[in-house]
Design a protein around this ligand. Structure first.
Ligand code: GDP
Length: 182
C-alpha cells in the first residue's frame, strides 16, 4: 500500500480495521484509500496499512489506517496492532449473523488493548446483498447505541457510505483530540 509522507500534515492519526475474517475490511480500506475493489481474497498475510490525507477545517490530517490482512483468522493480532490507535472501524457482514455476534468479542479486545477514548464506528458491510441479509439495520443501530458507538451500513462493492464511515471516524477523532488539548 502507499506510504507517502510527501505533504506536510498537522496531525497523524492511527486507526485500525477490525472484525471477523472476510467481512470486507480490506476492500473497505482499498475503496477508501485508492477507490479500488477486489473480488479475489487477499494474497498476503501480515499487517498492512494505507494513508489518506484529509482536510478538516484548516487542518491537514494524515489518516494512517491499519488492516489485519488476514491475521484475525489465526487469532494472531497482537497488542501492538492497537497501540496508539485513536479510532477503529469495527466491521461485520450483514449476510452473516455470526460476524455480528462476534462484534462483542472484538469490542472487548478494543477496550482491553486500545485507549479508553478510542472512536469506534460499527460498520455493517455488504449492504448491496440485501436479499441475503441476516442482520437487520435496526439491530446494528440499536447495539451501537447501547455501546456508545457510531453506526453505518456500507457496501465496499457499490461504494455506499464508505467515504462517510471513514470521514466520520477521522472527524470524530479530531474533535476528541482537540477537546483533550484544550
Ligand atoms: P476481510 O477479510 O475482512 O479483509 O475481507 P475482504 O475485503 O478480503 O473481503 C472478503 C470477500 O467479501 C471478498 O470476496 C470480497 O470481494 C467480498 N466483499 C467485500 N466487501 C463487499 C461488499 O461490500 N459487497 C459484496 N457483495 N462483497 C464484498
Amino acid at each position: 500500500m502507499e506510504d507517502s509522507f510527501d505533504e506536510e500534515c498537522d496531525y497523524l492519526f492511527k486507526s485500525v480495521m477490525i472484525g471477523d475474517s472476510a467481512v470486507g475490511k480490506s476492500n473497505l480500506l482499498s475503496r477508501f484509500s485508492r477507490n479500488e475493489f477486489r473480488l479475489d481474497s487477499k494474497p498476503t498475510i501480515g499487517v498492512e496499512f494505507a494513508y489518506r490525507n484529509i482536510k478538516v477545517g484548516d487542518k491537514l490530517i494524515k489518516a494512517q489506517i491499519w488492516d489485519t490482512a488476514g491475521q484475525e483468522r489465526f487469532r494472531a493480532i497482537t497488542s501492538s496492532y492497537y497501540r496508539g490507535a485513536l479510532g477503529a472501524l469495527l466491521v461485520y457482514d450483514i449476510t452473516r449473523k455470526a460476524t455480528f455476534e462476534n462484534v462483542k468479542k472484538w469490542l472487548r479486545e478494543l477496550r482491553d488493548f486500545g485507549s479508553s477514548d478510542m472512536v469506534v464506528v460499527l460498520v455493517g458491510n455488504k449492504c448491496d446483498l440485501g436479499h441475503s441479509r441476516e442482520v437487520g439495520e435496526e439491530e446494528g443501530r440499536d447495539f451501537a447505541e447501547e455501546e456508545g458507538l457510531c453506526f453505518m451500513e456500507t457496501s465496499a462493492l457499490e461504494n455506499v457510505n464508505v467515504e462517510e464511515a471513514f470521514l466520520h471516524m477521522v472527524n470524530k477523532i479530531h474533535q476528541v483530540s482537540t477537546q483533550k488539548s484544550l
